[in-house]
Ligand binder design. Structure first.
Ligand code: GLU
Length: 449
C-alpha cells in the first residue's frame, strides 16, 4: 500500500497494478495522479460511486501489431507497434508516436495516461492517446525509415481519422517520419485528410510554430512560475537536458527572454558552455547533420564535453529536464537544491522520479510537471487541426500568440486549483486536479460509456 494514498484510492491503485503487471512507468504515472486526488474524492463523491477514476485508468482501446520491413541490404526485420486510445471524453484521441528501442506497452500507457490530463489542461477539444514502436531510427537510412513508416501505417490507418485518432511526433518521430506516415495514409485512403496527423511539413498542411511550440511553451510556463514569485527569467542561468526538438526551442526562447543557457546533453554526454550555448551550432549538429553532441567542441573549443556527464551537477537557477522519463533522480534533485535552483519544469514527459519531485516539494522549489509545462506542443497540434479544418494558413505570430495565451491560462488554472484544494504553490496537485475534473465531468455527463 502506498503511504500517500487513502484507502479507496489505494484499492484503485492495487487494481491497476494487478491488471497491468510489469508496466512500471504506467504504475508510476497513475500513482502520481492518484496521490493528489484525495481532496477531490471527498468533494465529488459521485465520481467515486460512478467509478470515474477506475474508468480513466483503463484505456478505451489498445492496439498492438507487427511491423515487418526490409533494410537496405534486403534483410527482413520485425518490430512491434502500439496505439493506445486512452480517453475520448473531450475529443478525438490525440498524442504522439514514439520510436525508440525502449518502447513497450508500459511506456505507451504511461504516456497516453499523462496525455489525457495534459490535453484537458490545454483547454483544447482533444482526448488522450499515444503510440509508438520499439523501432530505432538511429543509424537507419531515410529509405529504411520510409519503409518502416509505410509498413506501420498500412495497419494503423484503419484506426485513425481526423475525428477519431490524430497522432503526431514524440521521441524519434519528427517531420521526416510524419511525412512518410502521411504519404502512406493518403495513398491507402485516397483522402487528403490533413487533420489526421499533426507536426506536418509547412508546405503540406503543417502550422508555423509547431516545431518550436513545446520548448517555447515550456519557457512561457516557467516565466509565469517566476512571475508568481515576483521574479523573471532575465539574467537567470538555465540548464536544459536533451538536445532534441523540445530542448532546442526551450534554449531559444529562454535566451530570447534574457536567460543564459549554459548546458545541454544527449544520450552520450553533456556540454557545458559557460558563454551560453551556441544555438545555431546546436541546430546544425542536431537538426541538419544528426550528429552527436561531442562535435560541439570542434567549433566551440572553450566548451567542455563530458561523456556520460552529470548535467544536474551544473549549478543553475532554472533546470529544464527535456530528454526522457526518469532522467532526474533523488540524488540529482538534492544536488540541484544544494546549488540553489529556484524553478524546475518538465519539458519531457515524467523526467523527474517521484523521489526527486518529493525533494523539490519539501525544499519549496517551484516544480512544473510535464502535463502542464510541456502542453504547448500538443496544444499547438490542436491549433494545427483548427488551421486544417478551416483550410487556412496562419502566420507564425498568430500561432505563437495563441500558444502564449494557452500557457498563461494553463499556469493560472494549475495555480488556482492548487490553492482551492489546499496546496498553494503545488503545481502537481493543481495540474492533476484541474485536468482530472475536466475529463471526469465530461465522462460523467456522457453516462456509462
Ligand atoms: N508528443 C507530444 C506530447 O508529449 C505532442 C503530442 C501531439 O502533438 O499530439 O505531448
Amino acid at each position: 500500500m502506498s503511504a500517500r494514498l487513502d484507502e479507496k484510492l489505494d484499492l484503485i491503485y492495487r487494481d491497476v497494478l494487478h491488471r497491468n503487471p510489469g508496466e512500471e512507468e504506467f504504475h508510476q504515472a497513475v500513482q502520481e495522479v492518484l496521490e493528489t486526488l484525495g481532496p477531490v474524492m471527498s468533494k465529488y463523491p459521485e465520481f467515486v460511486d460512478r467509478k470515474v477514476i477506475q474508468r480513466i485508468c483503463e484505456p478505451e482501446r489498445q492496439i498492438i501489431f507487427r511491423v515487418p520491413w526490409q533494410d537496405d541490404n534486403g534483410e527482413f526485420h520485425i518490430n512491434r507497434a502500439f496505439r493506445v486510445e486512452f480517453n475520448s471524453a473531450l475529443g478525438p484521441y490525440k498524442g504522439g508516436m514514439r520510436f525508440h528501442p525502449s518502447v513497450y506497452l508500459g511506456i505507451i500507457k504511461f504516456l497516453g495516461f499523462e496525455q489525457i490530463f495534459k490535453n484537458a489542461l490545454s483547454n483544447m477539444p482533444i482526448g488522450g492517446g499515444k503510440g509508438g514502436s520499439d523501432f530505432d531510427p538511429k543509424g537507419k537510412s531515410d529509405d529504411e525509415v520510409m519503409r518502416f513508416c509505410q509498413s506501420l501505417m498500412t495497419e494503423l490507418y484503419r484506426h485513425l481519422g481526423e475525428n477519431t485518432d490524430v497522432p503526431a511526433g514524440d521521441i524519434g518521430v519528427g517531420k521526416r517520419e510524419i511525412g512518410y506516415l502521411f504519404g502512406q495514409y493518403k495513398r491507402i485512403t485516397n483522402r487528403y485528410e490533413s487533420g489526421v496527423l499533426t507536426g506536418k511539413g509547412l508546405d503540406w498542411g503543417g502550422i508555423l510554430a509547431r516545431n518550436e511550440a513545446t520548448g517555447y511553451g515550456l519557457v512561457y510556463f516557467v516565466d509565469e512560475m517566476l512571475k508568481a514569485k515576483k521574479d523573471s527569467l532575465d539574467g537567470k542561468t538555465v540548464v536544459v537536458s536533451g538536445s532534441g526538438n523540445v530542448a532546442i526551442y526551450a534554449i531559444e526562447k529562454a535566451t530570447q527572454l534574457g536567460a543564459k543557457v549554459i548546458a545541454c546533453s544527449d544520450s552520450s554526454g553533456v556540454i557545458v558552455d559557460e558563454e551560453g550555448i551556441d544555438l545555431d551550432l546546436l541546430k546544425q549538429l542536431k537538426e541538419v547533420e544528426r550528429r552527436r553532441l561531442s562535435a560541439y567542441t570542434d567549433t566551440r573549443t572553450h566548451a567542455k564535453y563530458s561523456e556520460n556527464g552529470d548535467i544536474w551537477s551544473v549549478a543553475c537557477d532554472v533546470a529544464l529536464p527535456c530528454a526522457t522519463q526518469n532522467e532526474l533522480n533523488g540524488k540529482d534533485a538534492k544536488k540541484l537544491v544544494e546549488n540553489g535552483v529556484v524553478v524546475v519544469a518538465e519539458g519531457a514527459n515524467m523526467p523527474t522520479t517521484p523521489e526527486a519531485a518529493r525533494i523539490f516539494a519539501e525544499a519549496g522549489i517551484a516544480f512544473g510537471p510535464g502535463k502542464a509545462a510541456n502542453a504547448g506542443g500538443v496544444a499547438t497540434s490542436a491549433l494545427e487541426m483548427q488551421q486544417n479544418a478551416s483550410r487556412d494558413c496562419w502566420t507564425f505570430e498568430h500561432t505563437e500568440s495563441r500558444l502564449h495565451q494557452i500557457m498563461v491560462d494553463i499556469h493560472k488554472s494549475a495555480f488556482e486549483t492548487a490553492d482551492e484544494f489546499g496546496s498553494p504553490g503545488n503545481y502537481v496537485v493543481g495540474a492533476n486536479i484541474a485536468g482530472f475534473l475536466k475529463v471526469a465531468r465530461a465522462m460523467d455527463a456522457m453516462g456509462l460509456v
